[in-house]
Design a protein around this ligand. Structure first.
Ligand code: XMP
Length: 514
C-alpha cells in the first residue's frame, strides 16, 4: 500500500525528531532526511508536503547548510521553520540578517487568522522563539501573516506557490497552538487524508510480515523491554508458532520481572509462540565475581548474553529470520535518517547477528517513534505495565550495583527498588518522573537498629526528569514521600541502614548510577 507522507528536511536543529513526531500525531506519516538529500530522490518520493527544520547556522554564512531553489518549484507545499524559514527567504530573494533583538523563550505572537496555517488559532498566541537572525525583508511574492514586538516577520506565505514559513517553533509544546498549526499545514495546505493510524499499522504489518516470512522460522531475543515485546507480539500475530522467543534471565532484572515476562509470553500467557526462558543467573554471577570496574561489568554481561543466546540458537538450529527491535530514532541517530550525526553509540547488546545462523533480519518497528511503539503495543493487547515500562539498561542491575555484583547485593537492590517504585506510584508521581530506580552504593557505614550496632549498605535513590535522556534534572520528590520510602527500605530490606537521594543532574552525572 502506498502511504501518503510528509518529508522533514533536516538542517541539524535540535527539535528535528519532534517535528516528525508532531506530524505523525496528526495521523500523517513522516520521514526525516538530511538537507544533502538529492532533489531527484525527494521528487521520486512524491511527498504531500515538505518541512524544513531549524538548524544551528546563519544561512548567510559561508558553508552554511542550504537547499536547491528548485525545491520550491516542485509544486509540493513547503513549510520552513526557523532556520528553514530564513533559508527559504534567502534562497527566494529576501533578506536575512542578524536580529537587533535576539528572541528566546515564550513570546506573544500576533497572527492573521485568515491564513490557512492559523485557522482556529487565536489572534494573539504564545509561541516558542529561539533565534539570533531574523527576516529583514520577505522574498518577492510573499505576504507577512504573523509578527511580534521585536520580530517583524514571525510567519509569511506565498499562497500561489503554497510556500509557508514560520520563524518560531510550532513543534515545541511551549508553542500553545503549535500542533494545530502543524495540523493545519498537513490538512489544509497539503490536503493529507490522515491515514497513519496504529490500528491500520498493525493490520498492514501483520499482513506484510506474513507474506515476507511465508513458512519460514523466526527467532527473537526477548528482553521484556517495550521494543522487543511489541516486535515479538507483532510476529506472533503474523506467524504464530513459527516464532521462537528466547528470553535470557541474567539474574540482573528487577524484582519478579523474569516471572512477569514469562507470565505474559510463556505457555500460560496470551500469545501463540515458542517461548524459551533461560535461567542463566548463576552463570552471570560467576562471571561477575570479583569484578568491580563498571565498563568491564558491562562487557562481561554483554558477552555472556551473546554466549547464552548463541547456545540456545544452536539448539534451535538454522532459522530464516532474526527479529530486531530497532526503532526510528535508532535509524536517525545512527546517521541513516536526518542530519543529527551519531549522537549516542548504541548501548544495546550488539553483534547478535554474527552468532546466529539466519538469512535475514526483520525490523518490524523500524519506522516508529517510541510513543508509536507504545500505541502499537496497546493495540496488540500487551499489558499497560509492560507498554509503559521505564527504560532499563541491557546490563540491568549489574550496573546499578557499585562495585562487585553478588546474589546478595542483587537481592538488596531488587527489594529496595520495588519499594521505591511502589511508593512513587502510590504518590501518583510515576507519570511525572521519566525514570526512577534504586541503586546500591558500595558504601557501608555504622548505624543503630533497636539496641544493635549495624554496619550496613547505603541505598541511593535516583529520579530524573528529562525529555531526551541526553540531559536530565533530579526530580523534586516531596519530602514525605522520600521519608516513607526511606522508612520502608530500612525496615523491610535486610542489609541497609541508610537511604540517600541523588540530586545530581546530567551532566555532570549520568542518569544511571554506575
Ligand atoms: P545514562 O546513564 O548514560 O543513561 O545517562 C541514559 C539512558 O540510557 C539508559 N541506558 C541504557 N539503555 N542499555 C540500554 O538499553 C544500556 O546499556 C544502557 N545504559 C544506560 C539509561 O537507563 C537512561 O535511560
Amino acid at each position: 500500500m502506498k502511504r501518503e507522507k510528509i518529508i522533514v528536511i533536516d538542517f541539524g536543529g535540535q527539535y528535528n525528531q519532534l517535528v516528525a513526531r508532531r506530524v505523525r500525531e496528526c495521523n500523517v506519516y513522516c520521514e526525516i532526511y538530511s538537507y544533502r538529500t538529492d532533489l531527484q530522490k525527494i521528487r521520486e518520493m512524491n511527498p504531500k508536503g515538505i518541512i524544513l527544520t531549524g538548524g544551528p547556522n546563519s544561512c548567510y554564512e559561508e558553508g552554511a547548510a542550504t537547499c536547491d531553489k528548485e525545491l520550491f518549484e516542485l509544486g509540493i507545499p513547503v513549510l520552513g521553520l526557523c532556520y528553514g524559514a530564513q533559508l527559504m527567504t534567502q534562497v527566494l530573494g529576501g533578506k536575512v540578517s542578524k536580529a537587533p533583538v535576539r528572541e528566546y523563550g515564550k513570546i506573544e505572537v500576533t497572527v492573521d487568522p485568515t491564513c490557512k496555517l492559523f485557522s482556529d488559532v487565536p489572534e494573539k498566541t504564545i509561541c516558542w522563539m529561539s533565534h539570533n537572525d531574523y527576516i529583514e525583508t520577505i522574498a518577492p511574492g510573499f505576504t507577512r501573516v504573523a509578527w511580534t514586538d521585536h520580530c517583524p516577520v514571525a510567519a509569511a506565505l506565498n499562497s500561489e506557490k503554497n510556500l509557508y514559513l514560520i520563524q518560531f517553533h510550532p513543534e515545541v509544546l511551549h508553542t500553545v497552538e503549535g500542533t494545530r498549526m502543524i495540523s493545519n499545514f498537513v490538512y489544509h495546505v497539503c490536503n493529507c487524508a490522515g491515514d497513519w493510524k496504529m490500528d491500520a499499522f498493525v493490520e498492514n504489518s501483520v499482513q506484510a510480515l506474513r507474506e515476507k516470512v511465508g513458512g519460514g522460522r523466526v527467532l527473537c531475543a526477548l528482553s521484556g523491554g517495550v521494543d522487543s515485546s511489541v516486535a515479538a507480539v507483532l510476529l506472533s500475530k503474523a506467524v504464530g508458532d513459527q516464532l521462537t522467543c528466547v528470553f535470557v534471565d541474567h539474574g540482573l532484572l528487577r524484582k519478579n520481572e523474569g516471572d512477569e515476562v514469562e507470565a505474559v509470553f510463556g505457555p500460560e500467557g496470551n500469545y501463540d509462540l515458542n517461548f524459551i526462558r533461560v535461567n542463566a543467573q548463576e552463570r552471570f554471577y560467576q562471571k561477575l565475581a570479583g569484578v568491580s570496574e563498571p565498563e568491564r561489568k558491562r562487557k562481561i554481561i554483554g558477552e555472556e548474553f551473546i554466549r547464552v543466546f548463541e547456545e540456545e540458537a544452536k539448539k534451535i538450529g538454522a532459522v530464516d529470520f532474526l527479529v530486531q527491535g530497532t526503532i526510528y530514532p535508532d535509524v536517525v541517530e545512527s546517521g541513516l535518517g536526518g542530519e543529527s550525526a551519531v549522537i549516542k553509540s548504541h548501548h544495546n547488546v550488539g553483534g547478535l547477528p554474527d552468532y546466529v545462523d539466519f538469512k535475514e533480519i526483520i525490523e518490524p518497528l523500524r519506522d516508529l517513534f517510541k510513543d508509536e511503539v507504545r500505541k502499537v503495543g496497546l493495540e496488540l493487547g500487551i499489558p499497560g505495565n509492560l507498554v509503559y515500562r521505564q527504560p532499563f539498561p541491557g546490563p540491568g542491575l549489574g550496573i546499578r550495583i557499585i562495585g562487585e555484583v553478588t546474589a546478595e547485593k542483587v537481592r538488596i537492590v531488587q527489594d529496595a527498588d520495588a519499594i521505591y517504585r511502589e511508593e512513587i506510584a502510590k504518590a501518583g508521581l510515576d507519570k511525572e518522573i521519566n525514570q526512577y530506580f534504586a541503586a546500591l552504593t558500595n558504601m557501608r557505614s555504622v548505624g543503630v537498629m533497636g539496641d544493635e550496632r549495624t554496619y550496613d549498605y547505603a541505598v541511593a535513590l535516583r529520579a530524573v526528569k528529562t525529555i531526551d535522556f541526553m540531559t536530565a534534572e533530579a526530580a523534586e520528590i516531596p519530602y514525605d514521600v522520600l521519608t516513607r520510602v526511606m522508612n520502608r527500605i530500612i525496615n523491610e530490606v535486610r542489609g541497609v541502614n541508610r537511604v540517600l537521594y541523588d540530586v545530581s543532574s546530567k551532566p555532570p552525572g549520568t542518569i544511571e548510577f554506575e
